[in-house]
Design a protein around this ligand. Structure first.
Ligand code: NI
Length: 226
């Protein structure tokens, strides 16, 4: 299940974030890669826990909390503090699968990575390459979204970032532990929720909509591990 979440950040937020990111200090992206990832990871990122990473990360988290499609698609139990990366001059991230479990920075708490997320921060016309390629059972999907848009995909997917051959690709990435671990169950709940929202907009039979809303919550009750 690959879900695009539009308009997570506004043009003003993006403008301010990019100005700060271009003035920031960057470190080798391998600082946070696992063994398999480190061999194929060629990019830079903000140091985890740096003042700027926290400031921008909090802005992203606040935006996500207000985004109904993100909540509906991810059903988040816990979100990893967002990190920020940049690719330029041919940098790329080869095929890898994200680590299944991560320690939350500064705590003893662990997060199971059910979903991976990339929030695009640069205008796609300002760089060449840099597509996020995600493999699923239907083949590879190339994702390169407008600035401010986010893609959510199963963290179990094999994925890669194509070389950036012109300009700079700025991105924000993080993981989500979902209340509903199983991707098929989560996908079904998203379809059901989306249909219920449509029924509300089109003024459909209220009693039927209510019944379907009950089905949604009862399935969520059955499957959720808050
Ligand atoms: Ni990855």
């Amino acid at each position: 299940m690959i879900v695009q979440i539009p308009d997570v950040l506004s043009a003003e937020q993006l403008h301010a974030a990019r100005a700060k990111l271009f003035a920031a200090d960057w470190i080798d992206g391998r600082a946070t890669a696992g063994h398999q990832g480190a061999r194929v990871k060629h990019n830079r990122q903000l140091a985890e826990g740096s003042t700027l990473a926290r400031e921008l990360g909090d802005m992203v988290l606040a935006a996500l909390e207000r985004h109904p499609l993100f909540i509906s698609a991810a059903l988040p139990a816990c979100v990893y503090p967002p990190m920020f990366n940049r690719y330029e001059g041919g940098e790329a991230f080869g095929n890898h699968v994200d680590n299944a479990v991560r320690l939350l920075p500064g705590s003893a708490q662990r997060l199971r990575t059910d979903l991976s997320a990339t929030l695009f921060l640069a205008d796609p016309s300002h760089y060449d390459g840099g597509e996020l390629l995600i493999d699923d059972t239907y083949g590879a999907h190339a994702v390169k979204l407008p600035a401010g848009h986010l893609v959510l995909y199963p963290a179990s997917s094999l994925h890669r970032v194509e070389p950036v051959t012109r300009g700079v690709r700025l991105g924000c990435f993080f993981w989500v532990q979902s209340m509903v671990r199983d991707v098929a169950q989560r996908s079904l709940l998203l379809d059901l929720d989306t249909s219920i929202q449509r029924l509300a907009q089109t003024g459909a039979d209220e009693a039927v909509r209510l019944q379907l809303t009950g089905c949604y919550h009862n399935l969520l009750r059955m499957w959720a591990q808050p």
